[in-house]
Design a protein around this ligand. Sequence first.
Ligand SMILES: [Ca+2]
Length: 332
Amino acid sequence: MGKAAYYFVISILARAIFCQESSRVPPEGGFLKREYSLSKPYSGNGMTIPFWDFRDNAMITNNFISLTTNHQGQLGSVWSKIPCHLRDWEIHMQFKIFGGGRTLAADGLAIWYTYSRLTPGPVFGSRDEFEGLGIFLDTYKNGDQPVTFPQISAMVGNGSTKYDHMSDGQLNSIGSCLGSFRNKDYDTTIAIRYVRQRLTIKVDIDGQDTWRECIDVPGVQLPTGYFFGVSAATGDLADNHHLIGFKFYELDITRTAEEEAEDWSTIKPGVFGKPPIDNRDDSGTGDYRNTSISGFKLFLIIVCALLGVGVCVVVGVVVFQKRQEQNRKRFY
Ligand SMILES: [Ca+2]
């Protein structure tokens, strides 16, 4: 068996054992909605994209949307034209952030689901005091936390809370993790899943084609009727921020008639209930803290462990019996 085939088999086995999904397949029960998606090839004339607007330094090329180039003081954004009235969804966004600086780069990229759209500002190229969800791929550490950036964090704004640059958003963060996603020569992807008010963010940034959990927060209230956007900015330091693809999937979730009747267009954005699971490892290694093993994963791990113990016991008994037999044969 060739080396490639060997790794392929191992990766399939690992995925089966740990129940990992490939980051290249659509989510289960997901239906791609073109009006909220962006995929290459983009318009040849570089002037329009169906269902989306763009502004400032954003540029459309055949294979990607450049939000900023590797120059100081830039900002750019793309925004969906149609408000989203779906309650459960998952987004797979492929991006590329790269530049000359090995570690010194700025500022980063943000993914939005907000009430207002197309308003430039100081939060990764978009407005502050936003109403809705912001997810930040922050490449420059403004604060003095003893960790290695980049950082991925999320915030739900109510229209008056400010994004706190000085602590890299920690003040109002609902969860964060660290992950090295700059200057990669393979695809880097982030998944944002919003189901039954649970927000889960996963990343595939190691070229492994599998998701790694970053943020998992229940009780996140986001009204329907908001807009999706992606923005980026550079400061005194710069970076190229490219958006390669934005795939939006509507998720088919069964609800009771009572749940169906609820009006989600009028609720206020906010987070309620249990505190979020924070996957940021503060040891400074830039790694993940794997605290969020789901119940099903734990079950699989226990089953695997029990199977392993069972196999050891059986092998042990067989070996023991064989030895006993040999001993008996020696005595008679
Ligand atoms: Ca920052």
